[in-house]
Design a protein around this ligand. Sequence first.
Ligand SMILES: *[C@@H]1O[C@H](CO)[C@@H](O)[C@H](O)[C@H]1NC(C)=O
Ligand SMILES: *[C@@H]1O[C@H](CO)[C@@H](O)[C@H](O)[C@H]1NC(C)=O
Ligand SMILES: *[C@@H]1O[C@H](CO)[C@@H](O)[C@H](O)[C@H]1NC(C)=O
Ligand SMILES: *[C@@H]1O[C@H](CO)[C@@H](O)[C@H](O)[C@H]1NC(C)=O
Ligand SMILES: *[C@@H]1O[C@H](CO)[C@@H](O)[C@H](O)[C@H]1NC(C)=O
Ligand SMILES: *[C@@H]1O[C@H](CO)[C@@H](O)[C@H](O)[C@H]1NC(C)=O
Ligand SMILES: *[C@@H]1O[C@H](CO)[C@@H](O)[C@H](O)[C@H]1NC(C)=O
Ligand SMILES: *[C@@H]1O[C@H](CO)[C@@H](O)[C@H](O)[C@H]1NC(C)=O
Length: 692
Amino acid sequence: MQVLCNLCVSPGVLQLECRDRYFMIAVDLAATGDVPRFEAVDGTGTYAITEDYAAKCGYSISILSLLGLVELRASYFSCHTEKVLKKRVDAYYALNKTCSSPLPWSPREVTCEVNYMEVSVRSELPCQSGSSDDSSTLGPLYSPSTEVWQVTFQNPYQQLPPMNLSQARQEGYIFDHVHDRIVFRTPYGQPESYHTEVTGVPVEVVHATVFSRQSWVVVMVDLIAACSMDEGSYDSGYMIWGTPEALYPSLGTTQISFGLNGNLVEQAAVVQKGFIMERYNSTVQIGIPYDAEGGYRKSFVSDGLSEFYIFNLYLKQTSVDERHEETVLWFHRTLVTPLLSSPLFTEDQTDVDNGTFSIHLGKVPRDVELTSVQLNGQEFAVPFSDSIAYTLTEVRHSNKSHSYTLKVPLHDPIVIQEVSLFKNTNAAMLHKLDINYTLIVKPGDEPYYHTFSVTARMAVSPPSFDVVCTESGIDFKLAYRSFDYLWDFTIGSDRLTPVLAANHGYTMSNDSQSLLLSVPLFTHGYKYKDIGLKGFLGTFTILVRDRETADILTSTTKTCLFNATEFIMCSTNGWMTVVVDLSAVLPSGEMPTRFHLLNNFCVPKAVDGTRVLFSFPLHSCGSTVKVNIYRFNFGLNPPTPHRKTVQCTYPLISLHRLFSIHKFESDKEGVGSIIPFVETTKGMFACLRTWV
Ligand SMILES: *[C@@H]1O[C@H](CO)[C@@H](O)[C@H](O)[C@H]1NC(C)=O
Ligand SMILES: *[C@@H]1O[C@H](CO)[C@@H](O)[C@H](O)[C@H]1NC(C)=O
Ligand SMILES: *[C@@H]1O[C@H](CO)[C@@H](O)[C@H](O)[C@H]1NC(C)=O
Ligand SMILES: *[C@@H]1O[C@H](CO)[C@@H](O)[C@H](O)[C@H]1NC(C)=O
Ligand SMILES: *[C@@H]1O[C@H](CO)[C@@H](O)[C@H](O)[C@H]1NC(C)=O
Ligand SMILES: *[C@@H]1O[C@H](CO)[C@@H](O)[C@H](O)[C@H]1NC(C)=O
Ligand SMILES: *[C@@H]1O[C@H](CO)[C@@H](O)[C@H](O)[C@H]1NC(C)=O
Ligand SMILES: *[C@@H]1O[C@H](CO)[C@@H](O)[C@H](O)[C@H]1NC(C)=O
């Protein structure tokens, strides 16, 4: 059989194909803008292919908006197939297509289209020449004589009177004779059709008997259109659809082949594609995996992110009756899954050591796009501008889902930082980020918000200071980290405060950036060691304590070598240690070893060139004591006009033991001073000589 489909179509036509039993025309929706209107044109006029007309005349129009396509299927028996089918758009493009039906026709063929049923049977009738333009009649069977064709519809539920073909046509039924086949087509849901169940499957049946009396012969043709009306169901990842084995009389089981979108899958590929076919209770059940290739998927926002799948099932069922006559059923069924939840996948991939939040948002369906991200309430459009410190990388996967990785530095001001303190464990800094993703389902602009909160816990170490030795002391510096307010700094047990610093003669500056503390030598807090003519080691310690528990967490200790030419120390236990340079008073050649203090037995502990080191208890070696209301002064104060004085001064209040238990023990070190030689060096010389 050869049929010609003569079409006028727009540039949007993507495909024009001959299929087993129909022409297929796919039109690009984008190219035509609106859904195109189709019209059939032949010598008798122009016929708009409306919904009703399509069902009656053998056209099916599917708007596959997910693919941006409109598909028109025209049965090879459609009303105007051999004439002209024209699609009315602004411009017309003529396209002719001749299809040689690729498959031989079986004695009976039934098409269960989405909008109509069509049955054709091989005509055993003598084919009369000449056709009629009156399409309400059964084509060549018609003769203008008295042999008027009648049709009765058989229905188990009611008795229906016969009608002539023109009445039947008005009712929406078409009877035709094409080549050697008698064709009957009916939309679904006609008053003469009936619904029943066959082996548990809903079925719609129209049973027409056309008959005509030609002189003494009555010609009668039985035309039964029966289609499974199963709408399909969804179960455990499969769309399930069934049809009875025995819609038409069948010897044994029927042969089934099926596929999606008008393609029948090779038997071997069925399993490989994950399709299932099972037979039980005289029913054939088809299972299509929800993610089968050829299915269409659409995201939907409804109480979360959902999706549904649409399958255009195409199925061929062949049965052979006891007379070995074949019946072939062709099914076109649109199956839609219910809304399935389609949860996104969020994973915190933050590696604290990298100093960056890294959050993965995966399983984002292909038709869902990220349009903006709120970080702790602040909105950033996607793609991110280059001027912000955050990055968003998108990866498109072969399974057509895509994923996004968001990176935000932990120390960015947008991140909320909180300290968490646990007893007996180290303090931790919590970095918190609340993310609110705005995703849009395309097409359309329905937003879906996906929120995710991440917390990165960073163990925080107590700070340590940068320290430098200076000539006259030690300088401590701490560049504040955001959480350094957690700690107390103490000198011994005394908390470092501006008041304490002032009392002890430290120099302190403290702003939001840093803490600077300069500790001059001989101030409170120093420890001295290895005191000699080469100098001495001075050590100063700042303790870092937990503010709550006062536990010492860490400390910064610095030891510096101080090597001033002269120095004096007044210890808490009442010893004076002093290094003085005698170069100015030493007669040349004189050894300082011969020098002593007022008391002749108090000789230097060490001598180095012109410098001498004395170390002695304060109340010995001829020292004098002066007490005033605040201070207790020890001094070597030779009674000459040219005198050299070394003295230690202690606050009285720190010497309370002296008065209670007669023990010299000061709470604080004394302040020492070496009062320089007065300018008459000669006199000074004389003075020192008196010590010898
Ligand atoms: C298509 O058919 C029309 C009329 O039937 C004819 O005029 C035209 O030449 C044909 N075009 C092609 C490409 O065959
Ligand atoms: C068909 O039947 C109707 C109503 O009975 C009648 O009016 C009409 O003339 C008939 N048509 C033919 C072609 O017999
Ligand atoms: C087959 O049909 C019988 C009776 O109708 C029913 O009990 C049985 O559950 C059916 N089997 C399946 C697999 O549905
Ligand atoms: C962290 O840094 C390491 C080394 O630079 C890198 O290999 C790793 O991928 C990073 N991790 C993340 C989550 O960025
Ligand atoms: C798609 O592939 C990616 C990468 O292999 C995987 O992570 C993701 O889970 C897959 N998506 C779905 C919806 O299965
Ligand atoms: C996410 O952002 C949207 C839009 O601003 C808002 O309506 C929604 O409440 C936010 N969700 C949360 C959990 O903050
Ligand atoms: C430094 O200043 C901050 C903020 O005013 C204050 O909290 C902190 O106690 C100060 N530190 C010292 C050691 O005074
Ligand atoms: C102190 O030590 C420094 C370096 O160790 C040296 O340069 C300096 O001359 C010394 N000063 C005295 C007075 O010894």
